[in-house]
Design a binder for this molecule. Sequence first.
Ligand code: GLN
Ligand code: ZN
Length: 766
Amino acid sequence: MTIIHNLGFPRIGKQRELKRAVESYWAGKLLSEDLLETGRQLRERHWQIQKSAGVDLVPVGDFAWYDQILEWTTLLGVVPARFAQDSAETVSLDTLFRMARGRAPSGTPAAACEMTKWFDTNYHYIVPEITPGQEFRIAREDLFEQVKDAAALGYNAKPVIPGPLTWLWLSKGDAFVNGAADEQKLALLPQLVTVYQQVFARFVEQGVNWVQIDEPILALDIPEAWLDAYADVYAQLKQNAPKLLLATYFEGLRNNASVLKDLAVDGVHVDAVRAPDQLESVAAQLHSGQVLSVGLIDGRNIWRTDLDAAAALIQKLKASLGERLWLAPSCSLLHVPVDLQGEDGLDAELYSWLSFAVQKLDELALLKHIVDDTLDAQGQAALDTQRKALQLRASSPRTHNPTVAARVAELATLSRDRAPFDKRIEAQNKRLGLPVFPTTTIGSFPQTQEIRKLRRDWRAGSLGDAAYEKAIRAEIEHVIRFQEEVGLDVLVHGEAERNDMVEYFGELLGGFAFTKNGWVQSYGSRCVKPPIIFGDVVRPAAMTVAWSQFAQSLTSLPVKGMLTGPVTMLQWSFVRDDQARSETCRQLALALRDEVSDLEAAGIHVIQIDEPAFREGLPLRKGDWNAYLDWAVDCFRISTSGIDDDTQIHTHMCYSEFNDIIDSIAAMDADVITIETSRSNMELLEAFENFDYPNDIGPGVYDIHSPNVPDQQWMVDLMRKAAKRLPAERLWVNPDCGLKTRGWEETGSSLKAMVSAAKELRKAVA
Ligand code: GLN
Ligand code: ZN
């Protein structure tokens, strides 16, 4: 019988129980015993779900209080000095929380560790912070206790841990010598491997059979020295260890597949959803004792699996590998919502197309029976339902819209070029009449409890349309007057009507659906509920024009229209898998193009299209970058090229390094780009300077993530620094991101200081 296993189950709980519990604990409202109990119950429930689905090996160690990498980092005793004042033998849960968030119910607050995106997902992990000469020791018992719990309950527990090379690759440290950090990090391997050996020895004592050791960096371009390290490291790890399953995912191994040859592991897991083509070449590397685990159920998306196609893909392998072929989801199910059941807001048809973590395990079990030819009547019925749902989806008129297809076809001949920037900016200056160092904001203004309640009540139906509209208009008027008083040059309407920059647009577009409980962990206790793009995207009516037009009617200063870009909408949604992402993105771009034209026709002559997720869409392998950048840039240009020269297009990006994609940023050809730079002291501008970036730039002059009011002189100095790199007449003055998380008072003081800074800068130019 074919073995099926799972790489990881979402830990947050169907009702986000983990989020609630940790947040209550942080707020001092829940005792640590009760927090621990919630965690224990969640783990048990999740093991039970997996076992009853028929999963042979259930993962242990996929649970985390904040992040699975942080769990491992603390198990290894890697605690930066600023958190370690209690010098205890073991790392406490509060120390873990302080590393993640800077503070916890006990212990002295200190600057939190850095957090960053987990490969190409929207999950964020806590970056391990290490030093040259870093020491390691087993400093937490949680994982071993969980293994014990699972075994006691009769589960066939498979611990899941980050591999040493992946963990080390992801780690960072200020004290490493620039340019030699890689080498210095690799020098830590012998000591690190010793502690892994100790962990494995403990597992052996605990009777663990298999360990899943995650090495997702094998999906990246990694240097030769790191690849070379694998053979030795795993040879040492194998000495006294349970069986090791080396797991890779998110991309194919490609050239990295060579490390598998003679690697001392008992099995390898590969992602056959992202990279089905690699199966044969990977199988060819394995020797006759090794297992090949094939990930066939998409752990990154929410569509039902085509089980017939999946079975066909591995048919030959099954014949050659027999029992050595295992089946699994492509990666941990951390990236999909917990359970589809209860999503009663979705219509029956759409519901039948979807599969969340719980359903994916049922699909996996079904696949096993297909492969083993052991389907019983019930299984056969389930398979029939599955097939029918897929057929319906493939032929549904809801996914394909001939009008959209026709418009996409027209793109073949549609020009995306606007007039040259020099000409445009001249026309724009004439129309807008802005001073040098013009001031603006990124779009949102403080979202108070009252505003959130307004939207909630309106959605719930307890507040009528007319009353809601009146209240939002009052808020827009307040925001406009506020900006006039502060003295800003280009105003915004404040985005009070938006809960979320993707959801807001998705709800107004055709082709999108929304769940009630489709939560996915983003970081720590923060979860997101990504929209589902299931069909061709259409814009039945203008989405933002009425609000922007109203805002513009209140003032003689220009009001900037505010849209979310096509790439960002794509990146932050679950996207249909029956056509290329680029195709879906083009449809989004066309909908936005219409919105941009309507805004212009309504008298809005500055329009910002936010693309904060532009960079995170980059593929994991550099060789794939250009293909992505080509269509991503093209989509932005589709959205923005249907207007007159004197309408000004802004874009905004945050948390981005621009160095390696600056030519694509320039190719987007926005008239103005606003970016985050204050935290990096304008260092980020280097890319724009070196490239000789031609259009206008608004380098954020203060960090909106902090409640502190920025000092005026400090902003002047920052802008002077910017003006050394770029021509002064190309520069705008603005905060580094939207203000929605800030309070009104600090926003007023901060923006006033910013406007005064701009005035001072102008004096020097005049
Ligand atoms: N316009 C958005 C806002 O101001 C931009 C948010 C973002 O960059 N993530 O909130
Ligand atoms: Zn931003």
